[in-house]
Write a new protein. Structure first.
Length: 225
């Protein structure tokens, strides 16, 4: 490699966010954003318990959908502090979720990474399990979902263990799981017996298959300094 080529490669790598170096890099968009789904195939994704993607996940016309039996879908790349945005559409009676800071050495993604709940709210009476909830920990301030079958926009902001969940342009969760209050929430939840839950400062994004049809599009992420 000549000096000019080496300099060009070095300059290009200096523009890649730290959480993407050495990974199967998402495609750059603009203003620091990277797409996690190219709209055509599952490049950049894997199964939770396998490097292969489960057969139930399909990419077509810019939409990622799971209909049948499959494992959770997990990014190859890991992320530290980030802002994640995506559109999601749930089926009638559907249940799914978005996990973040997920480790791959647990039995399930839910054992290490907190969850942004995706749900048809008509099926759930417990607020801490409804759409955009920090699952089993914090209920959203209000129900901002659109009708079942319509697209909703999720936005997740994570700095350290300070977490915000947004739904259709409205902030509905704002909590720090590393604070005394946050630790008390975990202590009083189903995660109290999981010492690795919400401890990793870096991890994968996972899309859950929970027996229901759910679709995603416009999946994008940016690193936060």
């Amino acid at each position: 490699m000549n000096k000019i080529a080496g300099a060009l490669i070095g300059a290009a790598l200096s523009l890649v966010p730290g959480f993407l170096v050495g990974q199967e890099n998402p495609r750059a968009l603009s203003d620091g954003w990277f797409t996690l789904f190219n709209g055509k195939d599952l490049t950049g994704w894997r199964g939770y318990r396998s490097e292969q993607v489960g057969n139930g996940w399909k990419a077509e016309d810019g939409v990622l959908t799971v209909k049948d039996g499959a494992s959770d879908l997990v990014t190859v790349a890991e992320f530290q502090d980030f802002e994640l945005r995506l559109d999601w559409r749930i089926s009638k009676g559907g249940n799914s979720g978005i996990f973040y800071r997920v480790r791959l050495d647990a039995n399930e993604a839910s054992e290490s990474g907190p969850e942004y709940q995706l749900l048809d709210n008509a099926t759930e009476k417990h607020p801490e399990y409804t759409a955009a909830a920090l699952y089993d920990l914090v209920a959203p301030l209000e129900d901002r979902t659109w009708s079942v079958g319509e697209w909703n926009e999720a936005r997740i902001i994570v700095r350290g263990w300070s977490i915000q969940h947004w739904l259709n342009g409205h902030k509905v969760i704002d909590v720090d799981l590393a604070s005394p209050y946050g630790k008390e929430l975990i202590k009083n939840s189903r995660f109290k017996q999981l010492p690795e839950f919400a401890t990793a400062l870096r991890g994968h994004i996972a899309l859950q298959y929970h027996g229901s049809e759910v679709s995603f599009r416009n999946i994008r992420i940016r690193e936060l300094k």
